[in-house]
Design a protein around this ligand. Structure first.
Ligand code: AMP
Ligand code: MN
Ligand code: MN
Length: 322
């Protein structure tokens, strides 16, 4: 796929959806594309389906139109799924994919199975928002679209720091900044600034973290009762795993939070050696080489035992190759 416009010919209704617990890239890509279709294809009935987004993203134009209730059945001419490596990641919104006459998936996860009619998957790309940028006509990118895409690219690259950042990513970042968007404020409000309780729970997770595999792995977990105690929800836990990864000498960071009794959402980050996507995929999840996730059952200790066993295999193989 070169551009999105030819895909919209003879299309009268479009559903755009992203993954559960939507992050900055997911929201940026969905809203960037949504605003572009509204501006340039006014005859198309377009709807964005996303679970509730963090309130700090509400400055993005059009977020008030997002539908977070997936109850109504509707058959769209075209379903465009963004930033989701597999069908399950859409949650209940997967029904719009199943019912649609045609489907397109735009994504950058290596683990993407190619579940749509048209699959535009670029695993090396920094973000889905970068892929969306490339599919639009540059001169039709308005400031609200630029704000959405800039947020998405900045979030998935750790503000242009991670290795997924390419010269082209920086070029696109430059073009978006060139439109005159308030990029400092966007990053402060959506990425750096934490609420008091977010800082408190991060502090708690760091304080209770443990080192495993001779200090090469750091792990921490938050239980539901801790979240209740601090009055936080799962979206307040974003960023804890990157904070853990910042520990000197550590190759892999693991952060777990309890979703229900004996069930944990796992987030992993690595620095240079371990392919955490391989580990997450082994346990039914996915992601990228340096950032991946999955859901696992058992006690915190069962989960950590299972994960570290897979990580150790990779660390040993790397030692042997040296
Ligand atoms: P997270 O640790 O949740 O920030 O996720 C890191 C990366 O792994 C993101 O690109 C996610 O899309 C991906 N990921 C997280 N959880 C899962 C999962 N259960 N299944 C597939 N991919 C996941
Ligand atoms: Mn995402
Ligand atoms: Mn992404």
């Amino acid at each position: 796929m070169n551009k999105i416009a030819p895909e919209l010919e003879n299309v009268r209704s479009v559903a755009i959806a992203g993954h559960m617990r939507p992050d900055g890239d997911c929201v940026g890509a969905c809203m960037g594309l949504y605003l572009y279709i509204k501006d340039n294809f006014p005859h198309i009935d377009v709807q964005v389906y996303l679970e509730k987004i963090p309130v700090s993203y509400n400055f993005i134009k059009g977020t008030e139109d997002i539908c977070s209730d997936f109850g109504a059945d509707k058959e769209y001419d075209l379903f465009i799924g963004l930033d989701s490596g597999d069908r399950q990641r859409y949650g209940d919104a997967v029904k719009y994919l199943d019912a649609a006459k045609r489907s397109i998936c735009i994504d950058h996860h290596i683990s993407n199975s190619g579940y749509a009619d048209v699959n535009h998957i670029v695993p090396g790309a920094s973000s889905t928002s970068e892929l969306i940028y490339e599919l639009l006509d540059e001169e039709k990118i308005t400031n609200p679209i630029a704000e959405a895409l800039y947020m998405g690219i900045a979030h998935d690259t750790g503000v242009f720091q991670y290795t997924c950042t390419s010269p082209r990513t920086m070029e696109i970042g430059g073009k978006l900044i060139g439109k005159g968007i308030p990029f400092t404020k966007i990053l402060d409000d959506t990425y750096y600034k934490k609420t008091y309780v977010q800082n408190q729970i991060t502090g708690r997770a760091l304080m209770e973290s443990i080192l495993l595999l001779h200090g090469t792995c750091i792990a921490s977990g938050i239980r539901m009762k801790d979240m209740e105690f601090y009055g936080v929800d799962t979206s307040d836990l974003d960023g804890i795993v990157s904070q853990l990864r910042n520990t000197k000498g550590v190759e892999v960071a693991i952060f777990l939070y309890e979703i229900k009794a004996q069930e944990f959402k796992v987030s992993m980050r690595s620095n240079e050696i371990v392919d955490v996507q391989e580990v997450a995929s082994y346990f039914g999840g996915g992601g990228h080489v340096r950032a991946a996730g999955c859901t696992m059952q058992g006690s915190i200790y069962d989960v950590l035992n299972n994960l570290t066993r897979r990580i150790e295999i990779q660390l040993k193989a790397w030692e042997n190759k040296k």
